[in-house]
Design a protein around this ligand. Structure first.
Ligand code: ZN
Length: 342
């Protein structure tokens, strides 16, 4: 019988301090060459061990082999200049130093496939692999060539689709596309964003997910959240489009968020990764708090479709806090499993 309420994280987990400076986004590597490759693989092993110790059911790579969830993928494409970066405002919110698109973009080689094969060899549990979504990629660079967010997004979708097919063949069970930009540019999502994402999953047999959140727990995001008022209704704008798409799973931010839980009714029938762990605070959820969020979600999600998860990635947190939060996630899930087995 399939396990009820399979638990997982959104993707990223803190890296060991010998690999990259902790509690920092875009943290530079501390190793080089062969040592870096070996270090990344060792970090991946540790991340797997920590997820298994916490009792998670679906395993991720903890994004131990990438510097950033968007730019590491873009870096491997042709047509992108990673040396001469530009500072742009991303997600309409904060400045970031990003790569520049100067020519036709294309995927020259696989990006994460070797890493996925490596993880596949280490565990028999289902594995989930995160890729950036095309719209979020477009929103994390400076385009000096296509001069059209939509055109560039279609090109990225082609590259992502090639990568996703190889990840699937490497034994990845769920491929997740991270689209925090979906929570900001509703008109574009409805115009072309969702269609482009469907191009990225075209022809895949494995399960597919889209992760839409309010961002990592960094100051710019936390400040933005304060301006959103008591009810965060962003999801409402895009859920109808998602409901009519071929995406299997939707990963959402629910813990400590202003998202009215009943919005999830709009995507009833989809599998929902319910964020029950807040990644923007160092305080550890109690198992009861996690269970409470899951209980509320269960009013709008059939239990066989509910996947307890984190709100977002945990890369910027300390390792101890991340581990305690993973333990809280599985302990809280266990409370609900017991309730439903009675
Ligand atoms: Zn996120």
């Amino acid at each position: 019988m399939k396990k009820l309420l399979p638990t997982s994280t959104v993707g990223s987990l803190p890296k060991p301090a010998w690999l990259a400076t902790p509690e920092k986004l875009w943290s530079p590597w501390k190793l080089k060459g062969d040592k870096l490759l070996e270090g990344k693989q060792d970090a991946l092993r540790i991340s797997l061990q920590e997820q298994q110790l916490a009792g998670l059911d679906i395993i991720c790579d903890g994004e131990q082999t990438r510097q950033h969830f968007v730019t590491t993928f873009i870096e491997s494409l042709s047509g992108v200049d990673f040396e001469n970066r530009k500072v742009v405002k991303i997600r309409d919110r904060y400045d970031a130093s990003v790569p520049v698109v100067y020519g036709d973009v294309a995927r020259r080689k696989s990006v994460f496939v070797d890493d996925a094969k490596f993880l596949r060899k280490q565990t028999n549990k289902p594995i989930k692999w995160a890729l950036p979504g095309p719209m979020t990629m477009v929103d994390t660079l400076y385009d000096n060539h296509y001069k059209s967010r939509e055109k560039l997004a279609w090109e990225f979708a082609k590259a992502l689709n090639e990568e996703a097919k190889e990840l699937q063949d490497a034994g990845v069970d769920i491929i997740q596309f991270d689209e925090p930009a979906f929570n900001v540019f509703f008109e574009e999502v409805n115009d072309w964003g969702m269609a482009v994402l469907e191009r990225a999953i075209d022809g895949l047999d494995c399960e597919t997910a889209v992760h839409i959140c309010y961002g990592y727990g960094i100051k710019a995001n936390n400040d933005w959240k304060k301006t959103l008022g008591s009810e965060w209704r962003q999801y409402e704008e895009i859920f109808p489009k998602i409901q009519n798409s071929n995406i299997d799973i939707v990963s959402l931010e629910c813990q400590n968020s202003g998202v009215p839980m009943d919005l999830i009714e709009l995507i009833r029938g989809k599998k929902i990764m319910v964020g029950a762990i807040d990644v923007a605070t160092n305080s550890i959820e109690t198992p009861e708090e996690v269970a409470d969020t899951l209980r509320k979600a269960l009013e709008f999600v059939d239990i066989e479709n509910l996947y307890p998860c984190t709100n977002c990635g945990m890369a910027p947190l300390s390792r101890n806090i991340a581990q305690d939060k993973l333990n809280a996630l599985t302990a809280g899930t266990e409370i609900i499993r017991k309730e439903f087995s009675l």
